[in-house]
Design a protein around this ligand. Structure first.
Ligand SMILES: Nc1ncnc2c1ncn2[C@@H]1O[C@H](COP(=O)(O)OP(=O)(O)OP(=O)(O)O)[C@@H](O)[C@H]1O
Length: 246
């Protein structure tokens, strides 16, 4: 059974249709990238996955629960969420940002320390950075801290909305690599919204292509490699989008 799925979901904002009859099963313990033109509904879909938005009709199932019926606070503890620009609290140090939820959950101090140590090693965060405030960190460092925070409670689901958009291309490649390392170490059902076709095709095992509020294509990485051998990611995505809906 998929840990995360949408069934016939519709979402409108006033006259704007953001999602139009969207159904999708996200593969468990794998990373799915959602790509598509600006305004096609990617972020709306992601926000529905942790109950930040509610569908007008249809259902969102996460971790065996229909989110419309679920205790959202409880379910969200098992769903990590990282957004563009890191979203760190500016008045808290990096360490305090990372451990905030674990403290609220009253984890023992020793478990918190162990988890911080595991995550900072995986994410290549120098321990001395943990005592700095977000404004004292580079964009790439903030992003790494944001990933550590999202993964602190060992989430079953990880939602990533353009988490690397604000950082320069070299640092970006580095942080993308750290994300891969972290997900290899702790397989999680992850969904990444991105504008970057290279990022999508290099990180994801599964690709969802959206257009005008609908899912128009879904492909595994293996299918993409077989269908578009050796082609540049930009060309692959352009062809998937241009071919229209299936
Ligand atoms: N709060 C809102 N009120 C009104 N319209 C909204 C709101 N949020 C999103 N929309 C509209 O819904 C549609 C889908 O938006 P969404 O942010 O999900 O798209 P997106 O694919 O993530 O876009 P982008 O790639 O530009 O971030 C767009 O037409 C957008 O203008």
């Amino acid at each position: 059974m998929p840990q995360l799925s949408l069934s016939s979901v519709n979402k409108r904002y006033g006259d704007v249709t953001a999602l139009d009859d969207v159904s999708v099963d996200f593969p468990n313990a794998a990373l799915t990238a959602i790509v598509g033109r600006s305004g096609c509904g990617k972020s709306s879909l992601l926000k529905l996955c942790n109950g930040l938005l509610q569908p007008d009709s249809g259902c969102v199932y996460a971790l065996g629960e229909d989110l419309a019926q679920a205790d959202l606070t409880k379910v969200r503890r098992r769903i990590g969420y990282a957004v563009q620009g890191s979203g760190l609290f500016p008045h808290l140090t990096a360490r305090a940002n990372i451990i905030l939820m674990a403290e609220l959950e009253q984890w023992p101090a020793e478990d918190i320390q162990d988890r911080v140590s595991t995550l900072t090693t995986l994410a290549h965060v120098d321990p001395e950075l943990l005592e700095r405030y977000p404004h004292q960190l580079s964009g790439g460092q903030q992003q790494r801290i944001g990933l550590c925070r999202a993964m602190m409670l060992k989430p079953d689901i990880l939602l990533l909305d353009e988490p690397f958009a604000a950082i320069d291309p070299i640092t970006r490649t580095d942080v993308q690599h750290q994300l891969s390392v972290m997900l290899d170490a702790e397989p999680t059902t992850a969904v990444l919204v991105t504008h970057d076709s290279r990022e999508a095709l290099s990180l994801a095992q599964h690709l969802v292509v959206m257009d005008a509020g609908r899912i128009v294509k879904q492909r595994s990485r293996t299918q993409i490699e077989a269908q578009f051998p050796g082609q540049a990611p930009e060309a692959v995505l352009a062809q998937l989008l241009d071919a229209g809906s299936e």
